[in-house]
Design a protein around this ligand. Structure first.
Ligand code: SAM
Ligand code: DTB
Ligand code: SF4
Length: 334
């Protein structure tokens, strides 16, 4: 088996940007043990396999979104019963961020149900980024589409990461979302990269897509000029009232294969086991960690939906002998 490792005795896996769909599909379809072994070798060469990075989410502006993403509880196009609310106060965001830090998260991710931020929102957004940084946390925002001007403003504020998912393959995209295109997503990602902000970009598994859609989504990410530093792999949380309310049933083995392929295609990236962990067994999560996931969302709530809380994750980490990544920032622990 060609491991694509440089150096005579293993060394670091190659960081490639020229994956073909067929090559990636062949990896995805390997016997499960071979795929897992290969992904785990890459994982061990790049990361401590027993350390997991924890990010915590907060919805800073919930619901009433003009986009029609078929999976989302927050789209104004669907009747999900979610109440739309205004952007929350900066002080409240920072109080929540402090709690997340004290519970062991190293990154704070703030999400807004917007197609794109408006100019009038930017002062508060900048204050949130600055405040989160001052707490010694890494900052992440997910606000929809950004112009080059927006990204420069966020970079100046000190934003570390911007999350903007491609969600699925280009082929499957318009079966899920019609109010924006796959190309729109790539444009914003290019603006984020251009401004020097780290990219967090992944997608959702279990939206009725074929295996080749999962493969091609990851190939698109791996063939970007630079790999996203962070790759969230979400399992669809079926939300009543959305067009995808009856999806989400996927063979857990196929989900693990997706994680393994993400690890092999993007060896140096954080692969985050993201939404949907409440529906996963401890064994499935353990397989995902073995296959190369090295990051999770921590805390009881994602943006609007449940996530395993502190106690459950502490028990899982104990059973698996996992530890949380420690904060590396020197910022004052205020
Ligand atoms: N409005 C911004 C946007 O779409 O870029 C940011 C927030 S949006 C909720 C962030 C991501 O959460 C989506 O791109 C999608 O991948 C994920 N997501 C949303 N609802 C989900 C669900 N029900 N199950 C799994 N993932 C979901
Ligand atoms: C990502 O890929 N998953 C997170 C984060 N990026 C913003 C969001 C998951 C949302 C799950 C559904 C909800 O809570 O509404
Ligand atoms: Fe809006 Fe983001 Fe939900 Fe799409 S995923 S409806 S853009 S909040």
């Amino acid at each position: 088996m060609n491991m694509h490792m440089t150096g005579a005795t293993g060394g670091q896996p190659d960081i490639r940007h020229d994956w073909t769909s067929a090559e990636a599909r062949a990896l995805y379809d390997m016997p499960f043990n071979d795929l897992l072994f290969r992904a785990h070798l890459v994982h061990r060469a790049m990361f401590d396999p027993n350390t997991i990075q924890r990010s915590q989410l907060l919805s800073i502006k919930t619901g009433g979104c003009p986009e029609d993403c078929g999976y989302c509880s927050q789209s104004a196009h669907h009747k999900t019963g979610l109440k739309a609310s205004k952007m929350i106060e900066v002080e409240r965001v920072l109080a929540e961020a402090r709690k997340a830090r004290d519970a062991g998260s190293t990154r704070y991710c703030m999400g807004a149900a917007w197609r794109a931020p408006k100019d009038r929102d930017m002062d508060a957004i900048v204050a949130m980024v600055e405040g989160v940084k001052a707490l010694g946390l890494e900052s992440c925002m997910t606000l929809g589409m950004l112009t080059p001007q927006d990204t420069l403003r966020l970079k100046e504020a000190g934003l570390d990461y911007y999350n903007h998912n491609i969600d699925t393959s280009e082929r499957h995209y318009d079966k899920v979302i019609t109010t924006r295109t796959f190309a729109d997503r790539l444009d914003t990602l290019a603006n984020v990269r251009e401004a020097g902000i780290k990219v967090c970009c992944g997608g959702i598994v279990g939206m009725g897509e074929e295996a080749i859609d999962r493969v091609d989504m990851l190939v698109t990410l791996a063939n970007l000029p630079e790999h996203p530093e962070s790759v969230p792999v979400n399992l669809l949380i079926p939300v009543e009232g959305t067009p995808l309310q009856n999806e989400g049933e996927i063979d857990p083995i196929d989900f693990v294969r997706t994680i393994a392929l993400a690890r092999i295609l993007m060896p140096a990236s954080d692969v985050r086991l993201s939404a949907g962990r409440t529906a996963m067994s401890a064994e499935m999560q353990a397989l995902c960690f073995f296959a190369g996931a090295n990051s999770i969302f921590a805390g009881e709530t994602l943006l609007t939906k449940d996530n395993p809380g502190e106690d459950q994750d502490a028990a899982l980490f104990r059973r698996l002998g996992l530890k949380s990544q420690q904060q590396t920032s020197n910022a004052a622990q205020i």
